[in-house]
Design a protein around this ligand. Structure first.
Ligand code: S3P
Length: 450
């Protein structure tokens, strides 16, 4: 439950070369889905490599509240004894999803077609985020939602007793909305159809198929048409969670901007719906290579090797790539500050409704640190200063956003002066081992215990 604690200021100082291997933790998106889908099967799902970040631990607690038995066996090995599709019990307490938009939105979807009522809340960041994008389609199934003004948490969902299947075109590029509708469709009779105009991360589709649901995907003129047959008997699975490309982004980007660095980040999933940052960095001239490229569980996986890249150039990031790197723009904007020329990021309105308004949070911190940033409602531009020329030397607000905190700590490793974030506590939501992992490579990050 991030954001409930005392702020933990952290300072990152300019450091020598980052050298070594960075074993980043399990993928956050897949970890949430493993617990939720495990809870929707009868029988035991085994999960290896679960991300033990606060977001995912909140989802584990929530699945217990809905009746599943979730067990931590140690060493990132977990099991879930599920209750089956339509088997959720009514929780007797408010469900606190902490900082996690993915957790709350997917769980709302998973319970919305069962005859139970649940109330959801979160930290100050989550309670400020829009939930109407999820409750709009859930009401089409027959569920009811009552929340605060603007469709904000805390919010109560009254699940549909007699759900009807839905055909829904997702109005914003959001894997969370798509997934909420598909999870709701599991307990509706007949076929639920979700159409997305822009492809977003497809873990829910792949994992539903893996758990035995009948789900098809067609590319049409309308977009990606996903058809799910409701009321399946999902089959428990053994899941090995791949390492998170969104966490890999931090050591990779740090290595590119700290002189002399050479970092290996093994076993990173390169699902095309997630790997946009790495393509972008290569286009900017990064010395970033894929070693040992292979397939695991039907997905491309590689060891990423990132070396200091003195000749980075700003580029126009294609808007069509935005969904595949949506969580990586904060750290990309830091790399852009060390590049030569302008990095132009268009079609990124969704950044304004993440754990923070990420364009605003990064623009404020980058400007304070001496970097020029221009912005509009759905675009922003960073004018790079080139290596060695980024002043730094300021404290920035992380705004309860783990990726803002980590991005500025990465910046501090290569700026002229240290960067301090007012609260690094939220890093524990997605990357609890960030500090020791970066220290192991040679970074100098200090936390001020208050
Ligand atoms: C996620 C989807 C994305 C992403 C988030 C994880 C998911 O959010 O930003 O970190 O696991 O489905 P949106 O669906 O809001 O784009």
């Amino acid at each position: 439950m991030a954001g409930h604690g005392t702020p933990i200021p952290m300072t990152s100082r300019p450091c020598g070369p980052l050298i070594g291997t960075a074993n980043v933790p399990g993928d956050k998106s897949i970890s949430h889905r493993s617990l939720i889908l495990g809870a929707l099967c009868v029988g035991e799902t085994r999960i290896t490599g679960l991300l033990e970040g606060e977001d995912v631990l909140d989802t584990a607690r929530a699945m217990r509240a809905f009746g599943a038995t979730v067990t931590d066996h140690g060493g990132a090995e977990w099991s879930v004894q599920g209750v089956g599709v339509g088997g959720f019990a009514e929780p007797d307490q408010v469900i606190d999803c902490g900082n996690s938009g993915t957790g709350v939105r997917l769980i709302m979807g998973a319970m919305a077609t069962s005859p139970i009522t649940a109330t959801f809340t979160g930290d100050a960041s989550l309670n400020g985020r829009p939930m109407g994008r999820v409750t709009d389609p859930l009401t089409l199934f027959g569920a009811q939602a009552v929340g605060r003004a603007g469709g904000r948490l805390p919010m109560t969902i009254v699940g549909a007793a007699d759900p009807v299947p839905v055909r829904y075109t997702v109005p914003v590029p959001s894997a969370q909305v798509k997934s909420a509708v598909l999870l709701a469709g599991l307990n509706a009779p007949g076929q639920t159809v979700v159409i997305e105009k822009e492809a977003t991360r497809d873990h829910t589709e792949r994992m539903l198929q893996g758990f035995g649901a009948t789900l098809t995907v067609e590319e049409t003129d309308e977009g990606r048409v996903i058809t799910l047959t409701g009321q399946p008997d999902l089959q428990p699975q053994t899941i090995i969670v791949p390492r998170d490309p969104s966490s890999a982004a931090f050591p990779v980007c740090a290595a590119l901007i700290v002189p002399g660095s050479d970092v290996l980040v093994p076993n990173i999933g390169l699902n095309p719906t997630r790997a946009g940052l790495f393509t972008t960095l290569q286009e900017m001239g990064a010395d970033l290579t894929y070693e040992n490229l292979r397939e695991e569980g039907g997905e491309p996986v590689a060891d990423l090797r990132a070396r200091y890249s003195p000749d980075l150039n700003g580029i126009a990031v294609p808007p069509a790539r935005a969904a595949s790197m949506i969580d990586e723009y904060p750290v990309l904007s830091v790399v852009a500050a060390f590049a030569t020329g302008v990095t132009d990021m268009q079609g990124v309105k969704e950044l304004r409704v993440k754990e923070s308004d990420r364009i605003d949070a990064m623009a404020k911190g980058l400007r304070a640190a001496g970097v020029t940033v221009d912005e509009g409602p759905d675009w922003w531009r960073v004018t790079g200063l080139g290596h060695g020329n980024v002043p730094g030397g300021v404290t920035v607000a992380s705004q309860l956003d783990h990726r803002i905190a980590m991005a500025f700590l990465v910046m501090g490793m290569a700026a002229q002066k240290p960067m301090r974030v007012d609260d690094g506590g939220p890093i524990a939501t997605s990357f609890p081992v960030f500090e020791p992992l970066m220290a192991g490579l040679g970074a100098q990050i200090e936390r001020e215990e208050t």
